[in-house]
Design a protein around this ligand. Structure first.
Ligand SMILES: Cc1cc2nc3c(=O)[nH]c(=O)nc-3n(C[C@H](O)[C@H](O)[C@H](O)COP(=O)(O)O)c2cc1C
Length: 149
């Protein structure tokens, strides 16, 4: 089985999870890199606005083709109750290229369900989902066993 982990992370929380998953399932890793700047305070405000608008943005060139993989793990932080704009843009750009997907989502506290619903709308029904709070990821309070099996 071939696995790809594709994720966007603004402050390295979702990235920590992505690295944990990829090391366990021996996956290739695609960090989704937006051509739009979402860093800093202005970037935060821009991110919230773009997420609400479900804006599709340009991404830096990808290293991997999701259609080459049996399962693609897709990771996002929650932005205003939705998936981060770079992840929605990734799903849109790769429409029809996913055989199977699993979603992993991090958030301060809320918006997991609406984010997962939106990701499904832009791709396919996930085999599994994993929702973790920022502080759980920070403190290593998660167990990936059932998510990766
Ligand atoms: C623009 C923006 C909007 C956010 N909206 C939410 C939200 O609706 N609910 C929530 O619990 N956390 C929200 N957060 C917090 C992030 O989801 C959380 O800190 C996440 O773990 C960050 O992951 P990252 O480091 O991989 O970017 C938001 C963060 C940003 C930047």
């Amino acid at each position: 089985m071939k696995f790809l982990v594709a994720y966007y992370s603004r402050t390295n929380i979702t990235k920590k999870l992505a690295e944990s998953i990829s090391s366990k399932v021996n996956a290739d890793v695609e960090e989704i890199k937006p051509k739009v700047n979402y860093q800093g305070k202005i970037g935060y405000a821009r991110g919230g606005k773009h997420a609400i608008q479900e804006k599709i943005i340009d991404l830096e060139a990808l290293n991997f083709d999701p259609s080459d993989y049996d399962v693609v793990y897709i990771g996002t932080p929650v932005w205003a109750g939705k998936a981060a704009t770079p992840v929605i843009s990734y799903l849109k750009q790769n429409e029809g290229k996913f055989a199977n997907v699993k979603f992993f989502v991090t958030a301060g506290s809320s918006g997991f369900e609406s984010t997962i619903e939106q990701m499904e709308k832009y791709s396919i029904k996930p085999l599994k989902t994993l929702a973790l709070k920022t502080k759980e990821v920070k403190k290593d309070e998660f167990d990936l066993t059932s998510f990766i099996e």
